[in-house]
Design a protein around this ligand. Sequence first.
Ligand code: NDP
Length: 279
Amino acid sequence: MKKEIGIIGYPLGHTMSPTIHESAFNKLELDMKFNIWETKPENLEQAINNLRNNNILGSCVTLPHKFKVINFLDELDETAVEMKAVNWIVNNDGKLVGHNTDWEGFTKSLDFINYNIQNKISLILGAGGSAKAVCMSLLKGDAKKIYVYNRTKANSTNLVENFSKHKSRIHIIEKNNLEDPKFLNDIDMIINTTSLGMTGGPNPSISPINTDIINKNALCYDLVYSPSITPFLSGAKKNNIKYLGGLSMLVFQAALGFKLTTKLDPPIENMLKSVGIES
Ligand code: NDP
């Protein structure tokens, strides 16, 4: 029987995952199928149990299920435990193991442009699931300092508490810091992890920060990948500031999941090319 992988999330209308994985199946001449398992929260348990089928190697997990899915798994890897979030499930002969490849996808996207996190000062905008992945990546990469700003302060507090072992390196900031050029001047990298600027999201035309007053040598990184140039990145471009969109992270987290599920080395160049990124 054909081996299968897929994606579980809701909604999944514009997912790029099939394109990325099918490019890998084609390159490696694998007779495999990629499924879009659009799953409402009330059907999550059933969708996860379906993964125990022996023709299914595993599945990517996306919004809004990255946390709740943990309840239905048999085991978690070390980073999924630390982050309390899962974005890939591997079916090991009926035993479902949760992994998190988002943080490493973020690290690899920076490696890809030869950007070294070590000793850098970063500002994370947002404190949801992807902010946690970014935080994990920055901590593992020996970042010097991480500032976090989020609309809802309680969520920034949760994020920082999640990494309480590293509390000397993570600090919550207030909204007025985002308008203070002196504060912003020390920041090497600004990462938008909010859904501001996302097509189909609540505020597609808004940048999370005024790019006219930030350090011109900073890197502006937007995790949002649709559109490829978000309002935040368009502001960076206008100010001649280096920028990176979220598409390469999406591919790298997918490639790591491909390896976990198929046990094969992912053809990363083809996977990047499938979404228009030349390596
Ligand atoms: P979450 O729902 O976990 O977090 C959303 C974040 O956005 C929260 O911090 C929330 O703040 C903030 N936010 C939402 N609306 C507003 C608003 N109107 N004003 C200010 N802040 C707002 O989502 P994720 O972290 O999982 O995903 C966030 C974005 O990152 C999405 O666009 C997603 O597509 C992208 N992403 C990209 C990946 C990639 O591989 N490139 C991987 C994962 C995510 P509050 O706490 O106040 O609600």
